[in-house]
Design a protein around this ligand. Structure first.
Ligand code: NAD
Length: 533
């Protein structure tokens, strides 16, 4: 990140070149993409690596959300008439553009979120995977299907899936590309328009993706990004959109689900987690230790599906705890726009103070620090070491509350049953990870865990990147993203039935009594007729 020489800078505009690829001019162009008219105020975006101002985006007002929803709705009318093949062609061009321009978006993600490049790369991969997946599957998921009619031969029925209209997507700062784009891709493939409200800390990735989607052929206005504060823009988005796709904290999710409920609009909530990793006595520690490090440190632990609780069978506890602590101490922290670092910075001051608070509270009440435990201001203002704590008890904040940082508590368990009970003893139910050589038993155990995803011999990526549904039990969410459910939810289902010859009612030549007798006999016979499934 080199600063241009003083001589070339005019006093009014200091052109900061953040990387070979990301200049102030590029960030200004991205900010200009925001669907905000008559910009009265701007929001300064901080670069967590240094604490400096990266750039500014418009502070959108409620009227901007109203206008964005109207634009998306207008563009959607035409888009809904496009064939699946035409929509898929846009998605596949976008897929290629994301991969071809990965270096630029990796820089942007890193600069606005502070995460390590390897974690930013997960977002690029994810967006490409989702674009390809829905390009190739949407038609099969959403095409009209024959359904069982009331009376064979007399009734023919079909199920249709129509776009809902405009999908409002509200996203957090932790995975600013993935979370702003992946659900939007499914919504677009289903024929909807989209209005994205990215977090005010990390708007540039969403703006970048909106530009690339247009370059890939998405009609103008179909996907709008309104930058600004969620507390101001949530209500107008709930008014203007037909469905709310929210990713963020459980506390805000409750509010947004409430906004939808008041308006009788459906919503999908992808919320917080306090995810457990279980190390069974037969686990390969050679794989489980790096697996746990990955689960604790991904995105600096600021990942909804990252690991914050580690339950280890007593048979392997001492060896595993020692090796995990050693591996966490070896994690390379740093602020470069290269793949050299294992973990980057936290997002900012609030997150740092929350994590420091959880660790200080635990240590003050008797927890033992096995690794890390400290901020690293020598690397940047918001760096915090990967941290492992033992002796964590119920009265400590980090025992149950989501820390959302690279901090995990490790617990010794005497039986697998105890591990399952403790893992389930949480108000959250997002993700879990099981390490065992007996994968058949691992799958049986998974069925006993109250979480939306369970990864066997992986921390989180195996389920996330699969085509299975992704979401939370309990207070971790409502609804699912990915796979069939991840696109069906963006549609209104409609059943159309055609009745031939006779309506389902007493015909004029029978009495109601005769009709009832005839239908009873017919229904008995129908038990033997195969159904359309
Ligand atoms: P947050 O709930 O504070 O903010 C999320 C989004 O909601 C932001 O865009 C914010 O501007 C907006 N918002 C805030 N108040 C609003 C309101 N009143 N109405 C409408 N929108 C409002 O969450 P955060 O702190 O940014 O993100 C971290 C949380 O997100 C963690 O709890 C994490 O577990 C969760 N998360 C969940 C998933 C998942 O897939 N389950 C993924 C990533 C993050």
């Amino acid at each position: 990140m080199a600063r241009r020489s003083k001589q070339t800078e005019s006093p009014e505009t200091i052109e900061r070149q953040w990387s070979p690829r990301v200049s102030a001019a590029l960030l200004e162009r991205l900010a200009a993409r925001a669907a905000v008219s008559a910009v009265k105020k701007t929001i300064a975006i901080e670069a967590p690596f240094t604490g400096e101002v990266l750039g500014h985006v418009p502070h959108g007002a409620p009227a901007d959300v109203v206008a964005a929803c109207a634009q998306a709705r207008e563009a959607q009318q035409e888009w809904a008439r496009h064939s699946f093949a035409a929509r898929a062609a846009v998605m596949l061009r976008f897929h290629d553009l994301v991969i071809d321009n990965a270096a630029e978006i990796l820089d942007i993600i890193q600069l606005e979120s502070g995460k390590a490049r390897r974690h930013a790369f997960e977002e690029v991969l994810d967006v490409a995977i989702q674009a390809r997946y829905y390009a190739h599957t949407a038609a099969a998921f959403l095409k009209p299907r024959r359904r069982q009619g009331a009376l064979p031969l007399l009734t023919k029925a079909w199920e249709y899936h129509h776009p809902r209209g405009v999908i409002g997507v509200i996203t957090p700062w932790n995975y600013p590309l993935t979370l702003a784009v992946s659900d939007a891709l499914a919504a677009l493939m289903a024929g909807n328009g989209v209005v994205v409200k990215p977090d005010a800390l990390t708007p540039f990735s969403a703006l970048w993706a909106a530009g690339l989607l247009e370059e890939a052929g998405l009609p103008q206005g179909l996907l709008r990004v309104v930058t600004g504060r969620g507390a101001e823009l949530g209500e107008p988005l709930a008014d203007g959109a037909d469905y709310l796709m929210f990713t963020g904290s459980t506390a805000t999710g409750r509010k947004v689900a409430g906004m939808g409920a008041e308006r009788l609009k459906n919503s999908s909530m992808e919320l917080g987690g306090k995810n457990a990793l279980l190390v069974l006595p037969d686990a390969s520690l050679r794989r489980a230790v790096p697996g746990a490090v990955c689960g604790i440190t991904s995105g600096g632990g600021q990942l909804c599906i990252s690991i914050e609780r580690v339950y280890v069978h007593a048979a392997v506890y001492d060896v595993f705890a020692a090796r995990l602590a050693e591996s966490l101490r070896a994690v390379r922290l740093g602020a470069s726009l290269t793949f050299l670092e294992d973990m980057g910075s936290l997002i900012g001051a609030d997150q740092l103070s929350k994590i420091e608070g959880h660790v200080a509270d635990a240590v003050g009440k008797g927890a033992e620090v096995l690794a890390g435990g400290k901020a690293r201001p020598d690397l940047g203002p918001y760096f915090f070491e990967p941290t492992l704590l033992a002796g964590v008890t119920d009265e400590m904040d980090l025992c149950r509350a989501e820390t959302f940082g690279p901090v995990a508590a490790i617990y010794r368990c005497d039986s697998v049953q105890e591990m399952v009970e403790r893992a389930n003893d949480s108000s959250y139910g997002l993700n879990a990870s099981i390490w065992t050589r007996d994968t058949r038993f691992g799958r049986e155990l998974a069925a006993r865990l109250q979480t939306g995803t369970v990864n066997i011999n992986d921390a989180y990526a195996a389920t996330w990147a699969s085509a299975g549904p992704m979401g939370g039990f309990k207070e971790s969410g409502l609804g699912r993203r990915h796979g069939r459910q991840g696109i069906i939810k963006f549609t209104e289902a409609q059943t159309v039935a055609v009745e031939r010859l006779l309506a389902i009612d007493t015909p004029p030549f029978l009495s109601h009594q005769q009709y009832a007798t005839l239908m009873s006999a017919a229904v008995k016979l129908l038990k033997h007729v195969p159904l359309i499934k």
